[in-house]
Design a protein around this ligand. Structure first.
Ligand code: KG4
Length: 338
């Protein structure tokens, strides 16, 4: 089954062609990093406009890269939540038009389910059940993936996502947007013990997380030093941020394995590209005797292949949308309401 999939939830426009959920025939991506870099973050209006401009040519490119024609497409899948609403609406409307024109089913996909599904593409042997850690710019959560479409949230951030914490810390350290990868590079020569940063524990659910206090602590350290006319050891502060984020995510991931009795962890999302996190997860999973799957760097960031992959499993589960499909800025990963 060939699925044409569309992703436009933030600042990447992407269209892919996937076969039976696991094989990627084409994965066309137009990144808007350069467009937003000058503003130090994503400007939603500009993101929507660029999506509108590029999405149809990108779909043509995906079909051509895949070596298929429009007539070969069996279904259209699209990210319909969560994300920037104007950005999502561009993808949703394009997907509706495509499904109507091709006379094929339309499948709405939750973006975070896509990030988890990126692992199915990279690791053919991976099948539910497993524990998923999804860490991106807008979301951070741990979930029990009981089946491809049977997902239960175990814990999530109560405020900022880990990626947001990386991006804002990077910005205050003078790094260009998007800051996560730049901050990781800066951290290479730093001493993670030089600046004590908080690790939040959330009352009520030990698997819930909070990153806003960490973000504020970094901002306060930098601003305080500026006011006192002191130099900041930027590399060490960056290293301390990486360490603090890992200290929050890794023990909870292991605790989630213990709580569910599962022995497999799958990790996806933009922040999963972080080498400190990957190394810390590898070490912790090895110690626990758990299997670890992490999406390859090429599939960590936003892409449409992961949406086509999850879309296939949603299709098999009977998930369909009609032409009244809307986009939603927020939606729980375990309570779809398309
Ligand atoms: O998954 P993604 O592309 O978009 C969302 O769905 O949100 O994730 C983007 C996030 C940004 O916050 C970016 O700074 C972060 O992933 N990121 C990283 C790294 N590479 C990307 N954070 C830390 N270390 C990295 N190497």
């Amino acid at each position: 089954m060939l699925i044409l999939s569309v992703e436009s939830s933030c600042d990447e426009t992407a269209v892919a062609v996937t076969e039976n959920g696991r094989r990627v025939l084409a994965d066309a991506i137009d990144s808007q990093v350069a467009l937003h870099a000058v503003y130090g973050g994503v400007v939603p209006e500009l993101a929507s406009r660029r999506h509108a401009e590029i999405i149809a040519p990108l779909a043509e490119r995906a079909l051509s890269d895949a070596g298929v024609t429009r007539a070969d497409i069996d279904a259209v899948a699209v990210t319909a939540a969560p994300g920037l609403i104007g950005a999502l609406l561009v993808g949703v409307n394009f997907a509706k038009s495509a499904a109507l024109a091709l006379g094929v089913p339309l499948i709405p996909v939750h973006h975070i389910r896509g990030h988890i599904a990126a692992n199915y593409i990279a690791h053919p042997e991976l099948e539910p059940p497993f524990v998923a850690l999804a860490v991106s710019g807008g979301n951070t959560l741990l979930a029990e993936v009981r089946g491809y479409t049977d997902i239960r949230v175990l814990g999530s951030t109560r405020d900022d996502a880990a990626g947001e914490c990386f991006d804002k810390s990077a910005r205050v350290l003078g790094l260009p947007y998007p800051g996560g990868a730049q901050l990781e590079k800066l951290a290479q020569d730093g001493d993670p013990d030089k600046y004590p940063l908080p690790r939040a524990h959330v009352a009520g659910n030990p698997l819930d997380m909070s990153f806003s206090g960490l973000k504020t602590a970094v901002v306060n350290i930098v601003h305080g030093a500026e006011q006192r006319g002191e130099e900041i050891d930027r590399a060490s502060l960056a290293a301390a941020v990486c360490r603090a984020v890992c200290d929050t995510l890794v023990p909870r991931a292991i605790e989630a394995l213990e709580a569910t009795g599962l022995d497999t962890l799958a990790v996806g999302g933009g922040v999963a590209a972080n080498a400190h996190l990957r190394a810390a997860l590898e070490k912790a999973c090895e110690k626990k005797g758990a299997k670890l799957y992490i999406a390859p760097l090429s599939l960590c960031g936003d892409n449409a292949a992961m949406i086509g992959c999850q879309g296939y499993y949603e299709y098999l589960a009977g998930v369909r949308a009609d032409l009244s499909l809307n986009a939603y800025a927020t939606m729980d990963v375990d309570a779809l309401r398309f």
